[in-house]
Design a protein around this ligand. Structure first.
Ligand SMILES: *Cc1c(COP(=O)(O)O)cnc(C)c1O
Length: 231
């Protein structure tokens, strides 16, 4: 299925007017499709798989901002550390320390989002509210904060339940927004909130109504994927 250019133009204008950033999720799609949106001005692209993102980044224009939105294994951080723009799925302190370590080796500060588990489904990754609190506490304690000086945490990310029940989806996004509000005023070094990454093809309108500042949209722009996302 081809890239839906009309949909992109319409969506992009609507999101720009609302001040919401569009991450075009290009996982499993060929580089030609990415280039098609690139030529229309799109620069933020999201990928779920490390090897695929590395392969694409190697051949595509250097001013693309690559968002890693999948589940990131610690032993693979090193492959994306040189170029990744934003890592959405940070779901443990140990992963954050590994990102910090690889960022340091590359002389970079890597922007990250903490992924919070908001869906009622068990399968999705992410921190629960208590674990998020622990990460925030670590950021505030000098001895642990010293271990993450090469990361900047720019906010939270979450995925709602895969459900047609809009009120359920809305309440999950609402929960994420409330958590973001809870920590908004924290002034600790690595914490620089402002991004609330929530909303995909099926639920981005609800997400925006609930305060999303960044949506991750794939199938609406690139067509359905052959294999379902394993995230
Ligand atoms: C695949 C994926 C998306 C995009 O999903 P669509 O339904 O195709 O818009 C967004 N976020 C994450 C984390 C994903 O894995």
């Amino acid at each position: 299925m081809a890239v839906n250019r009309e949909k992109y133009t319409e969506l992009n204008a609507m999101l720009k007017a609302k001040g919401v950033t569009l991450v075009a999720v290009s996982k499993t799609k060929p580089v030609e499709d990415i280039l098609e949106l690139y030529e229309l001005g799109q620069r933020d692209f999201g990928e779920n798989y490390v090897q695929e993102m590395v392969d694409k980044a190697t051949v595509l224009p250097a001013d693309i901002r690559w968002h890693f939105i999948g589940h990131l294994q610690r032993n693979k951080v090193k492959y994306i550390a040189p170029f990744v723009s934003l890592i959405h799925g940070v779901d443990s302190w140990r992963l954050l320390e590994e990102i910090n370590s690889q960022a340091g080796k590359k002389g970079r500060v890597i922007d990250c989002l903490l992924q919070v588990h908001i869906a009622s489904e068990e399968t999705k990754f992410g921190l629960d509210a208590a674990e998020l609190g622990e990460v925030m506490d670590n950021l505030a304690k000098p001895e642990t904060a010293a271990r993450v000086q090469n990361v900047r945490i720019c906010g939270l990310m979450g995925m709602a339940s895969f459900s047609s029940d809009t009120s359920l989806v809305r309440s999950e996004f609402h929960t994420l927004h409330s958590l973001a509000d809870l920590y908004k005023e924290r002034t600790v070094a690595a914490w620089s909130p402002g991004i609330l990454s929530m909303g995909m093809s099926a639920d981005f309108e609800t997400a925006i109504e609930e305060g999303s500042t960044m949506v991750r949209i794939g199938s609406l722009l690139f067509g359905e994927r052959k294999k379902p996302a394993d995230s």
